[in-house]
Design a protein around this ligand. Sequence first.
Ligand code: PLP
Length: 394
Amino acid sequence: LEREEPSHFGAGPAQLPTCVLQQAAKDLVNYKNLGLGIGEISHRSKDATQVIEDGKRHLRELMDIPDTHEVFFMQGGGTTGFSSLGTNLLRGYVGKTGRVGTCGYLVTGSWSEKAFEEAQRLRLPAEVVFDSREFDTEKKFGSIPEESQWSARVQGKKYAYVYLCENETVHGVEWPQLPRCLVEDDDVELVADLSSDILSREIDVSQYGVIMAGAQKNIGLAGLTVYIIKKSILKNIAAADEEILNELGIPVTPIAFDYPTVVKNNSAYNTIPIFTLHVMDLVFQHLLKKGGLPQQTIENKQKAKLLYEALDAYPEFYRLPVAKNCRSSMNVVFTLVDSSLDDQFLKDAAAQRLTGLKGHRSVGGFRASLYNALTVATVERLVQFVKAFAEEHK
Ligand code: PLP
């Protein structure tokens, strides 16, 4: 079960720590000497329940999750997350106020745009609070407007929730901090997609109504989504009166994605992929052993700084489309000024075992994803390559 340490900068599914995979591989065959693999036992058995409990406990410890918030896991990915949020939270708003609320979306890249489009497709009362392209001189994603430019749009509105994607994986745009006007407004639940930046740095969980994150970047394998939700929202959902919901025309949520049902059944209402959850828990334990999120924050800041500085040093050669104040520390997006060198860049990088650098098909160019499992030393290798390639071809 050996391998050469990968240096894979793909946007996801992402490289995981080799030691985690080695342990997982053993447990897949024979878990705790049961004579059965972890994926072969009932999701309601004592051992599986222990995996669920351990996963929750270790995530709580890592992220310092307050008692006001519940943690649960559900099958699916980021898309299941934003598809299931709307009906659950609208029902919660009805439970709390007896009225229908509006679903507000802050659109800063393709994932928040997709989340909004999905809310529309589900015929929810959704609207865009702002689309960052309105404020951009080139009408492209790549910046986040000052709060003063849009905060008036949320004042006095009856939002069931306001949604944002904290790190736009495709466009490399990351919210540097949460908007104050939403954090400080007790009437609005802030809902955030952290699929590509969860566990990358310390955050204050109490500021969020809901956090959801697909697992396959910083947490583990594809197949599960993590949810961290205010307990008061769960209570409000459960309190919503069915007759009023019918009258108001709020759609029901499929049972396997009904948040109170999943929580009531300790994330095992239906068959949870327990192997996938076990891999997650091994990642949580690995991070805790390494010094938790304070340590991860330091490493990730260092990695992003090294790479951005190297690219910025060659402005005639590399172009960085994202505004400096919202550059992602997880997904570094860049292009070559001379795009005829694109194929050469990828070929030369691959020759040094630097893989996964091709940009998303909708954006082009390159994207280096610096998720947690990428070490500073690996990023230094990419930095050396970026510099050498520019020196050779400038
Ligand atoms: N949200 C973000 C920020 C993502 O990066 C992705 C996928 O890359 C998704 C949502 C969708 O995730 P999935 O493919 O698991 O549905």
